[in-house]
Design a protein around this ligand. Sequence first.
Ligand code: SF4
Ligand code: SF4
Length: 469
Amino acid sequence: MRDTTYIHPFDLANDFGRFKGGYLFKDDNEENAFLLNSENGCSIILSSVLCEQVLTQNVDEDLAFKMIQRGMIENEACMKCQVTERVQPTFFIFDLTQACNFRCIYCFRHLEDKVHTISDDNLDAITNYIIDYCLKYKITDFCVQPWGGEPLIAFDKIKRMDDMFKQAGLYPLISIETNASLITEELAEECADRNIRLGISIDGFEAVQNMHRPLMSGKPSFDKMMRGVRILEKNEKLKNFGVVSVLTSRSFPYLKEIIEFLATEVKAPCFKLNLVKDNPVMKDAGLCLTSEQVEAAEKLLLAKLVELNRRGFPITELNVHEKLMNLLVRSKTNICTSRGCMGGTKMIAFDQDGLIYPCDVTDYKEESIGSVHDKQDLISLVTESKKSNRDFFNRKHIEECDTCPFWFYCKGGCTTAIKYKKGCVEGVDNQECIANKTLYPALIDLILSDPDAIYPLTRGRVQLKKSRQ
Ligand code: SF4
Ligand code: SF4
């Protein structure tokens, strides 16, 4: 791995402006280096000649101009780089049903208790609340995700909500994460007609899927899941469905084979690998990965993706994609991993009673910031909650964050993960911390040593030249 050096801020000659400081990733044997500002997430790739200009504080006009464009230098004439996020939620999740026909080993819904599905009255109240908010603030581009349980068990309710939005002249992206077992040709047609997006939970090849995600009866689920996948593959509008895979300590030894299966059998162009998160009701506490396993998983993931791309399977993974987009173009492609936690700021959750939360912390009623039945303005609710020392909005921080090159993107990780693990929000999300400190440097390594590998990993969005001047 490369040396990382912090270059302190300095004023440039000729009133060009002020270099804002940054972490330099550099290997003396390589032509290029990567410079990253941890406070605004801006970066630039520098040749060794240009790198020397920065190190000797002798930046010429051409480089100064490039660095101003890239947010690395500021002067009075240039636009300031935006570093704070406006409170304006555009991603809404709600608890549709706890009912499920699977019994995944890591599930934290209380399935042994009586399961509930949202009532029509509360569903309508939540939908009307989102409609009023979107019309008031002229928001047309937003996403709604009903979560379960298995959301397709309550598909009629999803259609009811979709109809209400359409009657109000709103067309949100409704996305459903499903176990795929209830997908039929008719249901797929209806989703395609309504523009509802489906993502499938697939934890791996047959043995892993059946071990992680058995049916409620205890029987294997692989065939039922694959039947749903094959139906979607035949549907022109739905065939590029997303895949979500959960990795536990039990499936960790098979990670390479799991990714191989997703690329070659499922032919997924993109999947999201979620490392199982600790929570108090997970049946088997031994499912979480150790720190060493998290680190190994991130390295293995990246190496396997590069290998598959070279073999002609165009596959990427969403965390890898998003972190590359962060590093290279400072693009916000994900609520949770682009600028630290956006709970409340961009993401809102509703429980089945219509209580409002800054994310899926519905097991902690004290974190509710209001109720849809009170019809209070959403932005005011979030803004007031942020001021009121509520646990959820605590700063997430450890001493190491002060000198971490990736602070701007991470900001302590996922609040919900910390809350479920510790019962309160303090410190940082350790798992995300390890993942970030492993994956970001590995991605910088790849950017500098193998720039051609970046194009497929960013789904064709970024193409790097071999050498940048
Ligand atoms: S939690 Fe870890 S990765 Fe995130 S900013 Fe802090 S030190 Fe860096
Ligand atoms: S709590 Fe976690 S899942 Fe929710 S918005 Fe924050 S980072 Fe994302």
